[in-house]
Design a protein around this ligand. Structure first.
Ligand SMILES: [Ca+2]
Ligand SMILES: [Ca+2]
Length: 218
């Protein structure tokens, strides 16, 4: 009887089952990637006039610079070219995305200081991204996460390969990807790098949005 009463009190909070265990709430940091959603950039409508700086990101060196990776609105050039990019159902894309620009290869990277965080004893991480491309072109973008020690040496590297045309069903879309793992002991910084590759045409249409890295806190 007492149990029934207890259950009725808890009914609105949880199913009352003798087999149910209460999982501890996992505390993760906020997204540590700056401008991973490209929303903080005053994005141009065309990569012909790329941003001087993509906020939070460092451009790789390219002999073809300054035509390089940039943030762009979904409603800009891509739409005027009849390219409408579809994202996963229910995922907010905002106004902008990151794309490869006009060079055959380009990249954006940023280094994230983890030293000020109160990390879990065995801190897990979640790297996630929306990655894709346009129509039947194999232009793509890959994400590299490097976990570095205090000397800047990579203790671990994780790659998410963005989808090629076939994986997108030859449609202009960005798909959701994620990888999880545990930060190796001695990890002090994380480096996230987006590598855009053009396989066809003039425009490097590797598309990325909602780049995120979260780490487990105490
Ligand atoms: Ca966005
Ligand atoms: Ca292209």
């Amino acid at each position: 009887m007492k149990r029934l009463l207890y259950c009725s009190l808890l009914l609105s909070l949880t199913a009352c089952s003798p087999n149910q265990t209460t999982l501890p709430l996992e505390r993760y940091s906020a997204n540590l990637v700056v401008n991973g959603d490209a929303e903080q950039s005053d994005a141009p409508d065309t990569p012909k006039a790329p941003l001087a700086d993509v906020l939070g990101w460092t451009r790789g060196n390219s002999l073809e610079a300054p035509e390089n990776a940039t943030a762009m609105p979904y409603s800009g050039y891509l739409k005027t070219q009849g390219i409408t990019i579809v994202g996963p159902v229910g995922v907010a894309l905002g106004k902008n995305l990151l794309m490869g620009g006009l060079t055959s290869t380009s990249n954006l990277s940023q280094t994230i200081d983890l030293s000020g965080l109160k990390l879990n004893v065995k801190p897990s991480y979640v790297l996630s991204a929306l990655l894709g491309g346009a129509e039947a072109e194999n232009d793509h973008v890959d994400v590299l996460l490097e976990l570095l020690d205090q000397k800047g040496i990579a203790l671990e590297s994780v790659t998410i390969s963005g989808p090629r045309a076939q994986e997108r069903g030859n449609k202009s879309q960005i798909l959701a990807f994620d990888k999880t793992g545990t930060l190796p002991a001695g990890t002090v910084t994380a480096r996230v790098k987006l590598s855009f590759t053009r396989e066809f045409g003039v425009w490097n249409e590797g598309f990325a949005d909602n780049i995120s890295l979260k780490v487990r806190l105490e």
